[in-house]
Ligand binder design. Structure first.
Ligand SMILES: [Zn+2]
Length: 216
């Protein structure tokens, strides 16, 4: 089965993708990772991508499509791909469908981790980490930890890389970009909404139930 997963930044999409990948033995296709990998490998396409990015431009949908096709056409990954962070817009969604048809595959499920901005704000503003051991805590979320103390009396610090204003901006951009894509899958009756507000385990379970039902 091929799955597309959606969720705003901070919804826990990465965690849930990892879970699905290992439970159902899927291949995780993240276009961001693929672009970085090509650059790292200094492949022909990687060198081109590097030039585009260094010039401050966005990598075209066509280039991304090429990379995606490399995976879809690979028998090793046939009908066992989870698309993460792709498609980002309607054009990419249609291009993906065309590619899948070309290799006699399809999208079986589009998952959306519905998460309110309020929740994401809390997740970010409530986050603390221990400066000694690196463990991450959240004063709002499960388990609601007593965060007075970790390794030493004052080793817990609020993470300053977690900026709420930036998160709000990213959330709004994501929503605006993704809504038409969600609608595209909704019309094809492939979209399933999952509650991204509950605990990681509960969300895992909700996703498993959906996939198991489709796999029969
Ligand atoms: Zn600690």
């Amino acid at each position: 089965m091929n799955i597309v997963i959606f969720g705003p930044p901070g919804a826990g999409k990465g965690t849930q993708s990892d879970f699905i990948v290992s439970k159902y033995n899927l291949f995780q296709l993240s276009t961001g990772d693929m672009l970085r990998q090509e650059i790292k490998n200094q492949s022909e396409i990687g060198l081109r991508i590097e030039k585009i990015i260094n010039a401050g431009n966005l990598v075209s949908d066509e280039t991304v499509s090429k990379l995606v096709e490399n995976i879809i056409s690979n028998k090793k990954f046939e009908s066992r791909i989870i698309f993460d962070g792709y498609p980002r817009n309607l054009h990419q969604a249609k291009a993906l469908d065309e590619l899948l048809i070309k290799y006699k595959q399809k999208i079986d499920l589009a998952l959306n981790l519905r998460t309110k901005l309020e929740t994401i704000k809390k997740r970010i503003s409530g986050r603390f980490s221990c400066s000694k051991c690196g463990k991450i805590y959240n004063k709002f979320f499960n388990p609601p930890l007593k965060i007075e103390k970790c390794c030493t009396e004052n080793s817990l610090v609020q993470r300053n890389d977690d900026n709420v204003d930036i998160a709000i901006k990213r959330f709004k951009t994501y929503e605006k970009q993704t809504e038409p894509v969600l609608d595209y899958y909704r019309k094809k009756k492939l979209l399933k909404e999952v509650n991204g507000e509950s605990s990681i385990d509960k969300t895992n379970k909700e996703i498993s139930d959906i996939i198991d039902l489709i796999e029969g």
